[in-house]
Design a protein around this ligand. Sequence first.
Ligand code: GLV
Length: 326
Amino acid sequence: MKKVLVARPTFPDVIERLKQYFEVDVNLGDVLAQDEFARRIADKDGAFTAGEWVGEKELAGAPNLKVVSNMAVGYNNFDMKAFDAHKVLGTNTPNVLNETTADFGWALMMAAARRVTESEHYLRAGKWQKWSFDAFLGADVHGSTLGVIGMGRIGQALARRAGGFDMRVIYHNRSRVAPEIEARLNAEYVSKEDLLKRADHVVLVLPYTKENHHTIGAAELALMKPTATLTNIARGGIVDDAALIVALRDKRIAAAGIDVFEGEPDFNPDFMLLDNVVLTPHIASATEGTRRAMANLAADNLIAALGEGPRAGNPPNPINPDVLKK
Ligand code: GLV
């Protein structure tokens, strides 16, 4: 039987599915230290990861490894050059999380705009003595301008929802999306600078790459309206968190909704000093149905890539399909 590592706990029935095909080594404990992860994959044919770093050292030390299946759409934890060099397939879990993640982008944006968590903290702290006409005045979402940076599948799901709020949608992306998609979403392609100047609510939904590092830094924040909000449901590192903290502290922008952080699960502690930011621990795809779909898709990829199951040899979501060619 081929051997696979499940690097961190997942749904027990998904592990049972894997056990039908493989000898499974499951880590049921804390996230593995990098050396321990490398040691545990060294004798494996495949691995199921959810954010573990997989690079040259890990792949060079695992000569039998054929596939690493990431339970996430983002795969910036994979060094794809090293995957290609070692002819190891990487897979991810696109599509199944689009709508859930878009829902959460809206939740964070609206919570930031309407000061939901800030006012809840005030209430919980026992500070609510009277109703006041000017307490927690926020920014309207309906009728405002939504700026989406990253118009991929999740960005499009997010923009689609803006129709119900009578919003204008502007977007920036590496390249323009097809005219029929623009027309359907009623979305206008603009430069990043224009978007930052015009949007009332900016939402980041782009993948993390070296080029996208600090897409939003001090210079970009300075272009935004002082009444605007910024929501990051993409990846830590796309925003310069230290610059964002300064902008929020100085009220350069009104508020932010942040689900992903540089260095997470550690994060810049100065975020905690601010009232005008909604902070969540990387949960944009976290519903029972979607996380199950992601786990099962990651299992499908692993099973198929190791030549088992109904799609043997034809995993649904290869990132580097060239390595599958004989
Ligand atoms: C979550 O962050 C994902 O990339 O799926």
